[in-house]
Design a protein around this ligand. Structure first.
Ligand SMILES: NC(=O)c1ccc[n+]([C@@H]2O[C@H](COP(=O)([O-])OP(=O)(O)OC[C@H]3O[C@@H](n4cnc5c(N)ncnc54)[C@H](OP(=O)(O)O)[C@@H]3O)[C@@H](O)[C@H]2O)c1
Length: 257
């Protein structure tokens, strides 16, 4: 699908991957719809000066069901060509050490709001026979890492939801793109290392948000179904899937409570 001239809704657009993605879309002269927790006039001006055809801001706290209800209601009648469900939270560490309220909030943001937004935007896409839904899973959803159970549970749910939807949407003109990112150097990545790092030694390999967004751009333009990790993280991803006993043994060896 083209990016130029399309109406693109991005959640978590104020920083990290979401902001880099919005910048790339602006440079490609898209109409941007940003979902953020609070207004940011600098962000709007920046994206306009980078080339966005228009920038609309929708404020919503995706951790709150009523806020997502209101966002979906406000979006009715707005033509969205690409929905990028990017906003996410992370909890990590040994399960018993994670505050349950934080876990439930993460599930609401990472899974429930993503499904609800997709549910809200999809009928319009089906009517127009055109649309793309982009969801973010994680390499950790495929690795069964200790100290990562809750975050991985949400990202496995995102992967399963997206893959099922892909088949369901066959021949409708609406497609899905599943992102399985490696480490991307954002505020969340720094939190990852804090949450898991004291329990398991993992390679500290990252790419920048702008590098990752180039891969998303190519995947949109070529209508790919999935973006998998490459390089060293790609090898680990493959090992976790195709050499599971060896991978699990190595992970268990590196883990300590
Ligand atoms: N970075 C990585 O290594 C990595 C790897 C795999 C997958 N991912 C996934 O990639 C996506 C983007 O992550 P990132 O690395 O860019 O993280 P980030 O820098 O922490 O950004 C997270 C974004 O989500 C928004 N968000 C969080 N809670 C929200 C809420 N309740 N309501 C509305 N917005 C909320 C944040 O807004 P505020 O500024 O208002 O908090 C922020 O814009 C996430 O889904 C993440 O799970 C990241």
């Amino acid at each position: 699908m083209e990016i130029t001239g399309r109406h693109i809704l991005v959640t978590g657009a104020n920083r990290g991957v979401g902001r880099a993605f919005a910048k790339m879309c602006a440079e490609n002269k898209a109409h941007l719809h940003l979902v953020v927790r609070s207004e940011d006039s600098n962000l709007v001006e920046e994206l306009k000066s980078e080339g966005a055809k228009s920038v609309t801001v929708w404020t919503a706290d995706l951790a709150k069901r009523e806020s997502v209800n209101s966002l979906v209601a406000q979006l009715q009648g707005t033509q969205i060509d690409i929905l990028f469900n990017n906003a996410g939270q992370l909890t990590g560490g040994l399960l018993e050490s994670q505050p349950i309220d934080e876990i439930c909030e993460m599930i609401q943001v990472n899974v429930s709001s993503l499904i609800q937004l997709t549910h809200g935007v999809l009928p319009g896409m089906l009517e127009r026979k055109r649309g793309k839904i982009i969801n973010v899973s994680s390499i950790t959803a495929f690795m069964d890492l200790p100290a990562n159970s809750t975050y991985a549970a949400t990202k496995s749910a995102v992967a399963a939801f997206t893959r099922s939807l892909r088949v369901e949407l066959k021949d409708t003109g609406v497609t899905t793109l599943l992102l399985i990112p490696p480490g991307i150097k954002t505020r969340m990545y720094d939190k990852v290392m804090g949450a898991f790092g004291s329990h398991i030694e993992m390679p500290d390999k990252t790419i920048s948000p702008s590098q990752y967004v180039k891969m998303i751009r190519e995947a949109i333009l070529h209508d790919l179904e999935v973006v998998q990790p490459s390089g060293m993280m790609g090898l680990m991803f493959k090992a976790a899937r195709f050499a599971k006993p060896v991978f699990d043994f190595e992970i268990a060896r590196r883990f300590h409570r």
